[in-house]
Design a protein around this ligand. Structure first.
Ligand SMILES: C[S@@+](CC[C@H](N)C(=O)[O-])C[C@H]1O[C@@H](n2cnc3c(N)ncnc32)[C@H](O)[C@@H]1O
Length: 220
């Protein structure tokens, strides 16, 4: 038992958020604003955002990619970690949700770093590849429609440089991936991608039980 992941009770989670969470005002207020929405659950947790900021800083990333913006919290965490002149290419289909993010990106002073593409992500990623941007991204975060995950992973693998990192969200899908009686299409898509990445010789990988499960895949 001792080598397994700690069961994060409410008390432990409260401890974590009061003793280890760092957020600026814009991040806090964006979360409060998003909490009013019926789809608020889609937002990544603040500790996951903080962790991704750390990764982006650790890598010295200058150019990052994101598929699935929603109200822009993960974009904000990534953009805050980029240096002056850094660029975050963010893809989403929703004007309504991303317009909330834009307000807080402005407030946090990172709007000029974020290049939002309002269109289905796959054609945007294909256009980046056609534009000669393969191998130019340091970090990519995938957090959109689950049926698209495999295609986003394949594009991201082309777009990041060797040594670049791809983070994939919701890979535990509330635990459904481990319940084989669950044959829902989204669950199967995530399960299949998890198995593919597990055996994928193109990457080093690790699946972290943070949030709803995050896989980190480092391009060889
Ligand atoms: C789970 S939410 C993203 C949450 C966000 N990363 C955050 O931390 O707040 C998924 C997003 O994917 C977007 N989405 C769904 N299908 C898409 C597609 N085909 N292309 C681009 N974005 C898509 C949705 O509009 C939604 O905003």
């Amino acid at each position: 038992m001792s080598s397994r992941t700690l069961n994060v009770t409410d008390r432990i989670y409260d401890y974590l958020t009061t003793h280890a969470l760092r957020e600026n005002d814009a991040q806090k207020r964006l979360r409060m604003e998003t909490a009013k929405l019926p789809m608020a659950r889609m937002q990544i947790s603040p500790e996951q955002g903080q962790f991704m900021s750390l990764l982006v800083r650790l890598m010295g990333a200058k150019k990052t990619l994101e598929v699935g913006v929603f109200t822009g919290y993960s974009s904000l965490c990534i953009a805050l970690a980029l240096p002056e002149g850094g660029k975050h290419v963010a893809c989403d289909v929703s004007e309504e949700w991303t317009s909330i993010g834009r307000r807080f990106w402005q407030e946090a002073g990172v709007a000029s770093k974020i290049d939002l593409h309002l269109a289905p992500a796959l054609p945007t990623l294909d256009a980046l590849l056609a534009n000669g941007e393969a191998g130019t991204f340091d970090f990519a975060f995938i957090d959109a429609d689950k049926l698209g995950y495999d295609a986003y992973y394949e594009c991201a693998l082309k777009l990041v440089r060797p040594g670049g990192l791809i983070a994939i969200d919701n890979v535990l899908w509330g635990g459904s991936v481990a319940d084989l009686s669950d044959q829902d299409a989204d669950t199967r898509a995530i399960r299949e991608l998890n198995d593919k990445i597990h055996q994928d010789p193109r990457v080093e990988m690790s699946l972290l039980p943070i949030g709803d499960g995050v896989t980190l895949a480092l391009k060889r």
